[in-house]
Design a protein around this ligand. Structure first.
Ligand code: AMP
Ligand code: ZN
Length: 475
């Protein structure tokens, strides 16, 4: 039974979609005005994993992620780069797909762009005006927060200044400080659309309400994003959607915690970002994935190069162990019953972990524990064929969360194992001494024994000897 933390009720609840077998999930997408940082990457990667797991559980998932392609930040960027706002949005939408592909995320089923849905936003706003939930002033339209009884139910907050303390910049034309813009009158030179209130453009919050309604209907199962979106963005979405439809908008509200850098949230405005593309270059997608998934999505995580490398090294070690024990000489079969028991419990253990609020760290811990148990059983004499079956199943399950448990290629092994390198170098120098003292028998023994282990010695013209691993060991 899948149980998820619902931030609306602040409880872990059993998850059942509204329509049996089908999950409607919406994740607020990026504002496309710059390259993504790996804080964004953490959030999008996690929802990709959640979606994969829901599919593994047999659900058909409608996964919608929007692009905010009209916004002040995009307009400012356009001025900086000397290109149009539409070109800025196009450029960074493409960059987004490149980065997400690089991270190995599966594509969402729908990618609505705000600018393709302005008519739905205008209609939504008109509906709110008609119900007295919104009011136009000088070509802007504001939401009348005081009229929506449930305002604050998600975040426990009603106004922007609850945390900051002081009120900043209250627009005198608003009836109340917490009223927020649904429509903004056009400023000269800015992209604008026709509306009953004159030319203008939609506010950020209305985008999601209108696009969800158009593509997915009045009520969806899961709505997610990073925790910074809870207030005001998601609170405002609830007011806009439920205010209009009088139906529950979202059944499960879920939020990923921040990726921090040196104790503060990684963000463009702080200026402490590491871009997804730089990090892909530096560490690779699998290293980032194992690093992210070893912390629960609801816990903050601190970026650290050492931690990423350590996570990757641990995973590589597991891959090596599995590759080693699934092959090699057949054994007597001692311990086979225990291997069978592991096999039988594997899927259930993985599902139990993931069913508990997508507990990826627990799921990953299972892989390490099973790998350890298999290694011990194999040393005791368990059959290689049986062990290989369990390993194959583990690989399938790892793939559910996008992790690669396959046998590492030789390059990884060479890089990853300093001890092996050191021992081989020592043997090469022993052989050199043997040759120097004309002990040909010992020199040949070193060469032949290493060859039997899959290591080829290559004598160089300058008299030195190098070694290479014959790529059959783990290939
Ligand atoms: P933005 O383009 O800033 O709206 O961010 C896109 C998504 O990334 C949103 O769901 C944000 O909540 C999320 N996000 C932004 N910064 C971080 C961070 N440092 N850690 C985790 N998620 C983040
Ligand atoms: Zn949104």
């Amino acid at each position: 039974m899948l149980r998820l933390t619902n931030n609306l009720t602040r409880q872990k609840e059993e998850f059942q979609p509204l329509e049996p077998g089908k999950v409607k999930m919406y994740v607020c997408g990026p504002t496309v005005y710059g390259l993504l940082h790996i804080g964004n990457g953490r959030t999008f990667m996690f929802w990709d994993v959640a979606r994969r797991y829901l599919e593994h559980r047999g659900y058909e998932v409608m996964y919608v992620q929007n692009f905010t392609d009209i916004d002040d930040k995009i307009i400012n960027r356009a001025a900086e780069e000397g290109i149009s706002a539409a070109d800025v949005a196009e450029k960074y939408t493409l960059a987004y797909f490149e980065d997400m592909d690089g991270l190995g995320l599966r594509r969402a089923t729908h990618y609505p762009r705000a600018t393709d849905h302005v008519e739905h936003m205008v209609a939504h706003i008109q509906g709110l005006v008609d119900k007295g939930l919104a009011y136009p002033v000088d070509g802007d339209v504001y939401y009348r927060v005081a009229r929506f009884e449930g305002y604050g139910k998600l975040s426990g907050r009603k106004t922007e200044d609850n945390e900051a303390g002081a009120r900043v910049d209250v627009d005198k034309r608003k009836e109340d400080a917490s009223d927020f813009a649904l429509w903004k009158a056009a400023k000269p030179g800015e992209p604008a659309w026709e509306s009953p209130w004159g030319k203008g453009r939609p506010g950020w919050h209305i985008e999601c309400s209108a696009m969800v309604r158009d593509l997915m209907g009045d009520t969806i199962d899961i709505h997610a994003g990073g925790v910074d979106l809870k207030f005001p963005h998601h609170e405002n979405e609830i007011a806009q959607s439920e205010g209009l439809t009088e139906q529950p908008f979202v059944r499960f509200w879920m939020h990923t915690a921040f990726l921090n850098f040196e104790l503060v949230k990684m963000s463009k405005s702080v200026g402490n970002i590491k871009t997804v593309r730089d990090m892909l270059q530096a560490f690779g997608a699998q290293a980032l994935r194992i690093f992210f998934l070893q912390t629960h999505y609801s816990q903050e995580l601190t970026f650290s190069e050492e931690a990423i490398k350590a996570a990757e090294a641990g995973w590589l070690k597991l891959r090596k162990t599995l590759a080693r024990i699934e092959q090699g000489p057949e054994a007597l079969g001692t311990g086979d019953d225990e291997v069978r028991a592991l096999q039988a419990g594997l899927v259930e253990a993985f599902n139990t972990a993931m069913d508990d609020d997508f507990n990826t760290p627990a799921a990953i811990a299972q892989f390490f524990e099973t790998g350890d148990a298999l290694r011990r059983l194999r040393a005791k004499g368990a059959s290689a064929v049986l062990v290989a079956d369990v390993v194959a199943r583990m690989r399938e399950l790892a793939d559910v969360v996008g992790l690669d448990l396959s046998a590492p290629d030789v390059a990884d092994v060479e890089l990853g194992d300093e001890l092996t390198t050191g021992l081989l170098d020592t043997l090469v120098s022993i052989r050199a001494e043997a040759k120097a003292t004309k002990n040909w028998a010992l020199a040949d023994k070193v060469r032949n024994d290493l060859k039997a282990l899959g290591v080829q010695l290559v004598d160089q013209k300058d008299g030195s000897t190098s070694w290479e691993i014959i790529p059959r060991v783990l290939a």
